[in-house]
Design a protein around this ligand. Sequence first.
Ligand code: PXL
Length: 284
Amino acid sequence: MKKAKRALAIHDISGFGKCSLTVALPIISACGIETAVMPTAVLSTHTGGFTGYTYRDLTDDMLPMADHWKSLDLKFDALYSGYLGSFEQIEIVKSIVKDFKTADNFFLCDPAMADNGKMYALFDLEFAQKMAELCAMADIIVPNFTEAAFLLGEEFKKGPYTKEYVEHILTSLSDLGPKKIVLTGVYFDEKAVGCACYDKEANIMDYCLQPVLEGIYHGTGDTFASALCGALLNDLELRKAAETATKYTCRCIRRTLKTTPDVRYGVAFEGELPWLIKELKYND
Ligand code: PXL
C-alpha cells in the first residue's frame, strides 16, 4: 500500500450549488487522499447566477488556523487554492504557501475568478493582477481561457482556438512563474473539448480532448481541478492526471445533463466517483 498523503484545500464553502470545498473535499478524499480544509468564507450559495446570498467572511481565521497547524508541525503533500474573496485573502494564501511549501510537495493554484469572457461577481482587473502574483508562486496552475487572458492582461478570445494561440497562452503563463500549466476549455473545432498541458521543464505540450457535450455547468472548473489534484497526489504524471480529470469531468457533465435542471446547481460529480476511484487504483 502506498504512503498516505494529505492535501490542504483553501476555498470557500458555498452551502448550495456544488463548487469550491463542497467539491474539493469529496473528490480529493475519494482519490484516497486526506483533505484538510481552510474555509475562507461561508456563503449560502455561490455567486454565479444567484442573488441574495449570505457571505460570512473568515479572513480573520485564516492565519490563526495556519499558525495552529504550524505549532502541530503538520505537513501537506499538496496545497490547493481556489476561489478567494479579496486581496487580503490572496496575501494570506501567499504567506501560507511560504510557510508550508517544501521541496517535496506542490502548490496547485486554480485562479477561480472568471469564465466565458467575464469576471465573476465581486472581482475586477486589479484582482486578476493580484491573483497573478499568487500564480507566480504555484507549481501548477489550472486557468480557463478567460482567467488566462485576465492573468496575462490580454483581451479574451472566443474559440475555436488555434494551436499557435494555445501555445502562446501556455508559454506566456509559464513566464509568470508556474512550471506546469493545465489550460481548460481548449477546442479546435466544434467536435472536441478538453485541456492543454504544458510542462516547461520537460518541454512537453500535450492535449486531452473529449467529445463536446452541451451545457455550461457551474462548478465544472472546481470538479476538474480537484480531480487533477487527487490524480497528481496518486503520482500520475501531469499528462495522465489531466487526462483522468478531463474524462472524469466529461462523465460528470454527461450525468448532469440527464439529472440536473438548473446549471447553477453544479455538476453531478458524486455518481462518477466510483469511476475515478477505479481509474486511480490507489489500493493496489
Ligand atoms: O469556483 C467557483 C466559485 C467558488 N466559490 C464561489 C463562487 C464561485 C463562482 O462563481 O461564487 C463563492
